[in-house]
Design a protein around this ligand. Structure first.
Ligand SMILES: [Zn+2]
Length: 255
């Protein structure tokens, strides 16, 4: 698909065609293409667009290898999740489950609302150097716009969990959304019984890699049936950003 690059638009402006190029370029503008391998892969993100510079220059990037965490009196994770009718969306980088408003997470004074959750394989975060088979990232935002992401690590297991209800309905094409009429997904059933967690400051793990994200990685993993792990990997065989340097950040773990 043809689209105007900023450089081309500038060149056209210098040719007194600026208003024309702007009028044409705006509707056709699409986000820069990025991926996990090759010339648009994780090592090249910062070069793909000026807006992605933080992917290389950031000092608080995610994911990280979690080790040597400091025990701390962290606030409890107060989930107020219920049953929702999710919209399951293949966004071209992962499968993302959009949920209606009203699902909240209280952490100390901060009250977050759940926006969506999505998957990576293998897990982006490592614990003592080890990845899990998969991870689900629950992306929340508070009233001030600050993001808080809860990570639930996933390991294959025959018994499975409520994640299987989601992974049994994977939209096969990028841009496709599935609304499963008879699926009342119990979001609580996606959380492990033990809510101990690792806590650190980080970033989005996809471009533009924006920082100021509060990460909470649950220590207890959940299970998914191996066939559903395989089904996800048929769509996205490897959609995990490599671990990033800590640059002196403290990682805390709830006692
Ligand atoms: Zn993620």
């Amino acid at each position: 698909m043809f689209r105007f690059s900023p450089r081309l638009s500038a060149a056209l402006c210098s040719m007194a065609l600026c208003s024309l190029s702007a009028a044409v370029a705006e509707p056709a503008k699409s986000p820069p293409h990025w991926g996990y391998a090759g010339s648009h892969g994780t090592a090249h993100w910062a070069r793909l667009d000026a807006g992605f510079a933080t992917c290389a220059s950031g000092q608080r990037q995610s994911p990280i290898d979690i080790r040597d965490a400091t025990p701390a009196a962290l606030p409890e994770l107060g989930f107020s999740y219920g049953k929702v009718a999710p919209a399951i969306f293949n966004n071209g980088h992962t499968v993302q489950v959009n949920v209606p408003g009203g699902q909240t997470l209280q952490v100390g004074e901060r009250r977050y609302e759940l926006l969506q959750f999505h998957f990576h394989t293998p897990s982006e975060e490592k614990v003592a150097g080890k990845s899990s088979a998969m991870v689900a990232h629950f992306v929340h935002r508070d009233a001030e716009g600050r993001l808080g992401v809860v990570a639930v690590l996933l390991q294959p297991g025959a018994a499975g969990s409520a994640f299987d209800e989601v992974l049994a309905h994977l939209p096969q094409r990028a841009g496709e959304t599935l609304s499963v009429a008879d699926l009342a997904l119990d979001l609580n059933a996606l959380l492990p019984a033990q809510r101990g967690y690792y806590d650190f400051e980080g970033s989005l793990t996809t471009p533009p890699c924006s920082e100021g994200v509060h990460w909470m990685v649950l220590r207890e993993p959940m299970r998914v049936q191996p066939e559903h792990l395989k089904a996800f990997r048929r769509l996205y065989p490897a959609n995990a950003r490599p671990v990033q340097p800590l640059h002196g950040r403290e990682v805390r773990v709830s006692q």
